[in-house]
Design a protein around this ligand. Sequence first.
Ligand SMILES: [Zn+2]
Length: 80
Amino acid sequence: MTTNIRYGPDPIFMTCPFCNKPITTVIKTKPSKKTHLLALILCFLGGCCCCCLIPYCVPSCKDKLHYCPRCDTYLGTYAN
Ligand SMILES: [Zn+2]
């Protein structure tokens, strides 16, 4: 099992360590801790509910989770 893979913001071509097949990773995004923190800060500074929703709409504020499209196993995360 390889551990020195660098997961980037884009799908990567690799050999899945679980099913041992050449795959291109599937990316799913989820809000990171940073997203929630940023939302909280914006909420305090802006005092407006709309502002604190911005980080949830910006893809770069979210973690990108790489999954294997064959066995649907979680492979790694690209965090901003
Ligand atoms: Zn796999």
